[in-house]
Design a protein around this ligand. Structure first.
Ligand code: G
Ligand code: G
Ligand code: MN
Ligand code: NA
Length: 253
């Protein structure tokens, strides 16, 4: 309860901030995108993980204001990078299923893009596979978003107990292979087979595919052998403050 009260005030008190995890093209090591991940700089408890406060935000409705703040801040930062001569890459933003209960979701996301000046093709929205099964992730909202040029990425792909039929019904641009399939991939042939199949399916469906949770060279080699060249994971970088992304991943200016 106490945390809930503090969380309500966290936005106004500017205690939220975003870290960005680079997404890398294996082969040349180029940063091809970043995922925005929210953090809470709590006055006494230090940095609190979204794994702790997102569920509270979802239960209490704080997620609406927080989700809007995350979107605006991610778009603002990306536009600042673009203006400053940084790489012309997209930012991925995670959405909660509650955000799809807002019938004006597509409209206000387009407003944020206009406000910040970020072109729509540089915004990617991450929704989880389990959210797709929720009737609230409506086809009309997804269509409205994608018709404006925004891209949709399916997070945690492979873990959602879902039917594959929505892949052909809905406008989805990218599959993110869940890190649970990557963790033991060097020893587990079932994981390796599942990952190879997801990559192949994405290629056949003309979708982009990225692997998450790559921590070792051995895991990376298996992904590359299977023709998955987009990689996100601690092997390349953990999520970093914006300034650290600039220092480590922008070409020297
Ligand atoms: O960054 P970390 O591994 O601590 O993230 C934990 C979980 O919180 C992940 O599932 C991630 O998708 C989620 N998360 C991080 N940032 C956001 C956000 O801005 N919005 C939502 N809805 N989830 C987020
Ligand atoms: O649920 P989602 O995929 O949005 O979660 C993203 C989170 O996964 C990030 O916040 C990050 O902290 C975590 N993460 C990213 N790369 C790795 C990795 O290589 N290993 C592990 N264990 N976690 C990772
Ligand atoms: Mn994600
Ligand atoms: Na994920």
């Amino acid at each position: 309860i106490e945390l809930e009260v503090e969380l309500r005030q966290a936005i106004a008190r500017k205690q939220l901030f975003l870290n960005y995890q680079p997404q890398i093209r294996a082969g040349d090591g180029q940063m091809i995108g970043v995922e925005a991940l929210v953090r809470w700089n709590h006055p006494t408890k230090g940095t609190i993980s979204p794994g702790v406060f997102i569920p509270i935000a979802e239960e209490t409705g704080i997620i609406y204001e927080m989700g809007t703040w995350v979107l605006r801040e991610a778009c603002r930062q990306m536009k600042e990078w673009h203006r400053g001569g940084g790489p012309l890459i997209p930012v991925s933003v995670n959405l909660s299923s509650q955000q799809f209960h807002q019938t004006n979701l597509a409209m206000y996301i387009k407003e944020i893009l206009e406000e910040t000046g970020l072109e729509p093709q540089y915004l990617e929205l991450e929704i989880t596979e389990s959210m797709m099964m929720d009737a609230t992730v409506s086809r009309s909202i997804l269509n409205e978003l994608t018709e404006s040029g925004i891209r949709i990425s399916l997070d945690d792909f492979g873990t959602g107990y879902s039917s594959l039929s929505y892949l052909k019904l809905l406008p989805i641009h990218k599959l993110k292979i869940d890190r649970s399939f990557i963790r033991d991939i060097t020893e587990n042939n079932n994981d390796k087979a599942i990952v190879a199949t997801i990559i192949s399916m994405a290629q056949h469906l003309n979708m982009d595919v990225i692997a998450e949770g790559i921590e070792t060279k051995e895991q990376l080699d298996i992904l590359m052998d299977n023709d998955c060249k987009k990689i996100q994971g601690y092997y390349y970088s953990k999520p970093l403050p914006a300034q650290d992304v600039e220092e480590a991943f922008f070409a020297p200016m």
